[in-house]
Design a protein around this ligand. Structure first.
Ligand SMILES: NC(=O)c1ccc[n+]([C@@H]2O[C@H](COP(=O)([O-])OP(=O)(O)OC[C@H]3O[C@@H](n4cnc5c(N)ncnc54)[C@H](OP(=O)(O)O)[C@@H]3O)[C@@H](O)[C@H]2O)c1
Length: 358
């Protein structure tokens, strides 16, 4: 199906929050959207929601843990194999980890560095020459107001966002005479799943005045299409950025520390543990899956309950065309219903004996 604009956008972290709202804006303008995120069921649900709202939009979903070393290459190769011509890359996937660095979760922080920095650099490395060759293209890099200040209690997160700002501003200079633009989005604290994943839901910042993902995405979308260098949504965030530029870093750090403290005494809560499991442990086990064909607009909500089965069954089709790829417990029976595929990571590749049982 041809889109009105005949343009394709690939959005990482498109299953919720800012990424999902960006996908919605691209859908409204009838882009072909490739939605990338980690967890299959959530992504499947997001695609269903979008397709319900925009029945004619062309959607593909790819579930992949981008914190893994080879994930960006596998994603890029897959996009190439499918023949999708990307016009816009949105590097949005990211998460944080809350707590004193001496006590916070190293495994989660290393995965965060992999996702927020390494995957973003790697995807940019792969897609930028491609866009340059194509003669046009746009890249949105999702930083933060935290890109401009040290962030005590989210020390690693803030550092990853500072990296994104520095890296992307360098690219803007290198690309200033090129047909490819790089826009940096610097959202303020926004009402998404971010604080739950970071374990920061009790922090003053999370319980304060939050921007909506819709307004953040709207500012980002306009700036991206205009080829602007920077998008800072909300007046408050603009003040924050200006303040960070004026004040010495040590003072910025003190102010940020105060804002980030917990409002109630820490129940160093179970939610933090839960989020760690979600982001780190599950990530190691999840396969890379793709739903290459659109989720139909008529798809009933009830099919969602079987989305895992459908995705699993789709994995069988990939296993069938690539003998090096197999998936556990799969049948191809539901393939038509879900139109999903799976490309398991090398780590999750099942043993031969499993495949024989298919
Ligand atoms: N919310 C804020 O206050 C705020 C402020 C400034 C900047 N930001 C930035 O905005 C971006 C979007 O965050 P959000 O606020 O919209 O949070 P969100 O609702 O939690 O969305 C995060 C997205 O990233 C995906 N993701 C997480 N880990 C992944 C992995 N290993 N591989 C692939 N995808 C992964 C998530 O998919 P799964 O759920 O499947 O993992 C989800 O789609 C992030 O870069 C964040 O740092 C947020």
């Amino acid at each position: 199906m041809e889109t009105v604009q005949n343009q394709t956008v690939l959005i990482t972290g498109a299953s919720s929050g800012i990424g999902f709202e960006l996908a919605r804006l691209f859908a409204r303008d009838n882009y072909h959207i490739i939605m990338v995120a980690h967890h299959v069921d959530k992504l499947d649900h997001a695609a269903w929601q979008l397709q319900s709202e925009f029945s004619n939009v062309r959607l593909n979903t790819i579930a992949i843990d981008l914190s893994k070393d080879d994930a960006p290459s596998r994603l890029f190769n897959h996009v190439q194999q499918q023949g999708w011509q990307i016009n816009v890359l949105v590097n949005n996937a990211g998460f944080g980890e809350y707590g004193l660095f001496a006590e916070s979760n190293l495994e989660k922080e290393l995965a965060m560095i992999h996702l927020n920095i390494i995957a973003l650099v790697h995807l940019t490395k792969l897609f930028l020459p491609y866009l340059l060759n194509q003669g046009s293209g746009k890249i949105l890099q999702v930083g933060s107001v935290a890109s401009f200040t040290p962030t005590p209690l989210q020390s690693v997160y803030g550092a990853t966002k500072a990296f994104i700002l520095s890296f992307s501003e360098a690219l803007q200079e290198e690309l200033k005479d090129s047909p490819v633009s790089v826009t940096i989005l610097c959202p303020p604290a926004t009402d998404t799943n971010f604080f739950n994943v970071a374990g920061a839901q009790n922090s003053k910042i999370a319980q304060g005045d939050l921007a909506t993902p819709e307004e953040v995405a709207s500012t980002a979308y306009k700036a991206l299409l205009a080829g602007d260098k920077r998008a800072v949504p909300t007046f408050k965030a603009k003040i924050q950025v200006a303040q960070s530029a004026i004040l010495p870093d040590a003072l910025n750090a003190t102010l940020m520390h105060k804002q980030s403290e917990e409002t109630t005494k820490p129940k160093k809560s179970s939610s933090k543990k839960t989020s760690t499991t979600t982001v780190v442990s599950e990530s190691a086990a999840l396969p890379v899956t793709e739903a290459p064909a659109p989720v139909t607009a008529t798809r009933k909500r009830s099919t969602k309950s079987s989305s895992v089965t459908n995705l699993d069954s789709a994995a069988a089709s990939v296993a069938a065309i690539d003998p090096t790829i197999a998936a556990t417990g799969l049948t191809a029976d539901n393939l038509t219903a879900s139109n999903t595929e799976a490309i398991p990571t090398p780590a999750s590749k099942p043993k031969r004996s499993t495949k024989k049982t298919q």
